[in-house]
Design a protein around this ligand. Structure first.
Ligand code: AMP
Length: 421
């Protein structure tokens, strides 16, 4: 297993790339390869199978995208198929491929549910070199004979763990069985649990394993805090936190679509600079919400996990876990929306007194303690007749870290700008 530390510092010019590719990278303003790119590109260019453990935000798309663009023959495709778990990621990967193949005659088409199949069929008729798609829609096109896999020389399984989580395993296996045996397979996954290993053993040819594992997610660039709060006081806490932090770009994560919508309706009464995104919305509205967020047309995005995961928005300064995520891995992915590509970010998690165990599980997962925070003058507990506000179990725990015993950490003043709240 190779680890990032093993990889010496490289430049794109060290990676034996074509001049056209170097020009595209310059136009994209990518100055140096990210560690996963430096690790994966040379191996992939040799045609070997790669199993890369990496999360979104590490530059993984270009890590498999660059070798694909460099090696596939022009015309009469598809020569490469990239399977992704969500529609958003399909669009994002397609856009990244378009950026990396600037000035080259390479067509990349995204096929995913929620969009009329006809338009996609027309695009596939032009035999694009690269197809990015969600497994369900790919199967749909295979059944209609609008997608022919015979010429494939590369298959990528992006965010493979997520695809299995969502239940795409039968679809993925069906697709892989229909792909030519003689091919290169790249699998990217934030985690490599046994089902992923089984998939790799079955459908990959002696893959080179490269570990850029997500334990690096809680990188030093992300401050991670938690608040103890009773459920009914969460909304007030959120408003006070947003007032205190004045984020330029913030994502608030909720556990359910309904919860997301409800919080949006309530927050909308306080500020116009808020939108929400969840799976019940039409694809067009979802795409617009993401584009507007990237273009800074509003500040606060309220999102669910599936939609939030994988979206590439590089300058998010603040993450709020309004609800503790159901799975610790989702915490890793949520918090990974900030502090990307070395930028700084802060994440706050709202924990109700009953959710102490979930907090502990997250801390074990990231191998780091979250720092307790408080808002001055705000009582996070609902008043009861006898005025008992049960503190969070961690507050009375003897292994509470020293800095917590001294009260909430001192905050560094943040830059002033137009206030959202
Ligand atoms: P990804 O992990 O593929 O979602 O990439 C995260 C973000 O990093 C995207 O906005 C990419 O466009 C950007 N990116 C990828 N590689 C580089 C690089 N070498 N230098 C600067 N930005 C990059």
């Amino acid at each position: 297993m190779t680890t990032p530390e093993d990889a010496p510092e490289k430049r794109f010019t060290d990676l034996k790339l074509s001049q056209k590719m170097l020009d595209a990278l310059e136009a994209a303003r990518y100055q140096v390869p990210s560690p996963i790119q430096a690790g994966v590109i040379p191996i992939a260019l040799e045609g070997k199978d790669v199993l890369g453990q990496a999360r979104t935000g590490t530059g993984k798309t270009a890590a498999f995208g660059i070798p694909i663009i460099e090696t596939i023959p022009p015309g009469k495709g598809p020569h490469a198929l990239i399977l992704v778990p969500t529609r958003e990621l399909a669009v994002q990967v397609r856009d990244e491929i378009a950026k990396l193949s600037k000035g080259m005659s390479i067509q990349c088409v995204a096929i995913y549910g929620g969009k009329p199949i006809r338009g996609q069929m027309d695009k596939l008729k032009r035999n694009p070199e690269i197809v990015v798609g969600t497994p369900g829609r790919v199967i749909d096109h295979m059944t209609r004979n609008s997608l022919n896999l015979e010429k494939l020389s590369v298959v990528v399984l992006d965010e493979a763990d997520r695809m299995l989580d969502i239940g795409f395993r039968p679809d993925i296996e069906k697709i892989l069985r229909r792909c030519p045996q003689e091919r290169q397979t790249m699998l990217l996954s934030a985690t490599v649990p046994p089902p992923i290993e089984r998939l790799a053993n079955r459908y990959m040819n002696d893959p080179v394993k490269i570990d850029f594992s997500p334990t690096n997610i809680s990188a030093d660039t992300i401050e991670q805090h938690y608040f103890t709060v009773d459920g009914p006081k969460k909304m007030e806490l959120l408003i006070r936190l947003l007032r205190r932090e004045q984020p330029t770009k913030c994502i608030v994560f909720c556990r359910t679509k309904r919860g997301t919508e409800k919080l949006f309706q309530r927050l909308q009464k306080k500020t116009k600079l808020v939108r929400c995104i969840h799976g019940d919305m039409h694809q067009g509205a979802r795409n617009r919400t993401i584009t507007d967020f990237k273009a800074n047309r509003y500040r606060i995005l309220i999102a669910t996990d599936v939609v939030g995961r994988g979206i590439d928005i590089s300058d998010v300064t603040l993450i709020v876990n309004y609800d503790v995520p159901e799975y610790s891995d989702d915490y890793v992915h949520r918090v990974g929306r900030t502090g990307r590509m070395g930028k700084e970010g802060v994440a706050y998690t709202f924990v109700t007194p009953e959710e102490g165990n979930q907090l502990t599980r997250i801390e074990m997962r990231i191998d780091k303690l979250l720092i307790r925070d408080e808002i001055e003058g705000f009582d996070p507990y609902v008043k009861t007749a006898v005025e008992t506000s049960p503190p969070h179990s961690r507050d009375v725990n003897s292994d509470t870290p020293e800095e917590e015993k001294d009260g909430p950490p001192k905050k560094t003043p943040r830059r002033r700008h137009r206030r959202a709240l």
